[in-house]
Design a protein around this ligand. Structure first.
Ligand code: ATP
Length: 497
């Protein structure tokens, strides 16, 4: 992760937000390359899902909506994380990310240890228990620790569990529900009547606009409404770089189906569509897995949720959630607004509320997955043929921020630079391309490898003096071959779509 974060900063993909003021935890800025990469991810999703399908339309709804929306959706009452405070240091923890264990020696509990969730929380707790026993000079055999989530602590256990910061029992509060929605006020008054929220998900925009789309959009079941936009969650512990932040971007789609449709089949189809889409933008199959939420942990209205998980360097984590939500959301809005959210069934001549399948993914999490999977260190020959370390970002041409770098072999040969610039201008009309004439050619290749540019073309004397062909160099294989301009455009047409 350190190498990826360093590269992201060094090459202008991602910076901490407001860095000159020390940054703001949980907020990030995308630099020139990051902004391109992110836009490409969004565009691929939008093109594949909205433009290239006949059954899905796109919307863009407002970030601040009527506060009743969030009462109807259940977010005001239930969009909470369990929060624990350290009374001494004022540090806050998510109770479901805080673990504790009893220290048991010769069958007797002699104390407790605690740790914040890590790659191997059980091992951390075991080491702490051993340290505890040594420090207190307790004789006997230490039992293997049993890690428990703080959320499972009984009230009488809480005072016995040490704070992970101070190490002292009694410093932690009991867990309490903390609502993650950011509040603001609309208009000049700042009283209860003006309270509004920054949306914690984009999905409610699609539900609230359901009738408007049906009445104006000539859509027929089954159909989807999709949206890309910012969401905001006051996460207690933003972490793992851009994986969990407080302002992030979501790509969500509500796929409405007949109340009697085979929802399980439709759910499966969308899981597979999402998986295939991730492969199409270059995420390796070996890093993807599925996690079906156990029935007993589902919300009461949910028929099933499957997450597509990604193997990040910090562990296997949720990338994309695909939920079968029944008719819960539309029915809630119908009840709370008093406006029916129904559709007319021509076949049976009656009205009903459609059910929905919801694939919801974060753009930032996809971008991070692409950086993590694409980052590699290998070796490449330098100018003199000596092997040196190379950093390469193996991004799919579909999402790479720069598609082609155009390089004249020499900077001071007008014939070469003029032809290179001409090609550059031509490519630029359709693709994000880069012109670079500074430095040795090998170093220029290396600069492009590091930012994930799939191809470099080099204009040399053969281009001018012979048949106009130029060298095409492949980022991953480093192989070079000569091609002509129409072939280059054909290659781009095939790979960048
Ligand atoms: P998590 O369990 O990781 O908090 P969630 O189950 O609450 O996520 P959803 O509400 O299903 O997430 O949101 C849909 C998608 O939005 C997630 O799969 C993820 O890709 C993205 N997402 C959610 N929260 C964040 C966040 N704080 N930062 C970045 N992306 C997020």
């Amino acid at each position: 992760m350190d190498a990826i974060v360093a590269l992201a900063k060094r090459r202008g993909f991602i910076f901490p937000s407001s860095e000159i003021y020390g940054g703001l935890n949980g907020f990030f800025d995308y630099g020139p390359l990051g902004a391109e990469l992110k836009k490409n991810i969004r565009d691929c999703w939008w093109n594949d899902l909205v433009r290239r399908r006949d059954d899905i339309v796109g919307v863009e709804t407002s970030i601040i909506m009527h506060p009743k929306v969030w009462e109807a959706s259940g977010h005001v009452a239930g969009f909470t994380d369990p929060l624990v405070d350290c009374k001494v240091t004022k540090q806050r923890f998510r109770a479901d990310q805080l673990f504790f264990a009893e220290v048991v020696v010769d069958g007797k509990t002699v104390g407790h240890v605690s740790a914040v969730e890590s790659d191997d929380t059980a091992r951390d707790l075991q080491e702490m228990a051993e340290y505890f026993k040594r420090k207190k000079a307790i004789q006997g055999t230490l039992a293997p620790v049993v890690a428990r989530e703080f959320t499972t602590a009984k009230p009488e256990e809480v005072p016995l569990i040490p704070s992970p910061v101070t190490g002292n029992p009694g410093d932690l509060t009991e867990a309490r529900a903390f609502n993650m929605m950011f509040q603001t006020n609309v208009g000049a008054m700042t009283d209860a009547s003006s309270v509004a929220y920054l949306r914690p998900e984009t999905a409610q925009g699609m539900f609230v606009d359901f009738k408007s789309v049906v009445d104006t959009g000539r859509v027929k079941l089954p159909f989807g409404i999709a949206q890309i936009g910012r969401s905001f969650r006051n996460e207690i512990t933003p972490r793992n770089f851009i994986f969990r932040s407080r302002e992030f971007e979501q790509m969500e789609m509500e796929y409405f189906i007949h109340e009697e449709a085979d929802w399980a089949k439709c759910h499966q189809e969308w899981i597979e569509w999402c998986r295939q889409w991730l492969l199409s933008i270059g995420l390796p199959e070996s890093h993807l897995s599925l996690y079906a939420h156990p029935k007993e942990k589902l919300a009461f209205y949910s028929k099933g949720t499957v997450d597509i998980m990604f193997k990040y360097p910090f562990g296997v984590q949720e990338l994309w959630g695909i939920a079968a939500r029944g008719d819960y959301d539309l029915k809630q809005h119908a009840t709370c607004s008093g406006k029916p959210q129904e559709i007319f069934d021509e076949a049976t001549k009656r009205k009903f509320v459609p059910h929905v399948i919801e694939p919801a993914v974060g753009v930032d999490r996809i971008l991070l997955a692409a950086l993590c999977a694409g980052y590699a260190e290998d070796e490449a020959p330098d100018e003199k043929g000596k092997l040196e370390k190379r950093i390469v970002l193996r991004l799919s041409p579909r999402i790479a921020p720069v598609k082609v770098a155009v390089l004249p072999l020499l900077k001071n040969k007008e014939l070469l630079t003029a032809r290179a610039r001409e090609l550059y201008r031509k490519l630029q009309r359709r693709y994000a391309v880069f012109y670079d004439e500074a430095g040795a050619i090998g170093r220029r290749y290396r600069r492009q490898d590091e930012i994930g540019t799939p191809w470099c073309v080099t204009i040399d004397f053969e281009t001018i003096e012979k048949d106009g062909s130029f060298t095409l160099r492949d980022r991953d294989t480093m192989a070079q071959r000569r091609i002509h301009e129409p072939e280059l455009f054909a290659l781009l047409e095939e790979k960048v779509y």
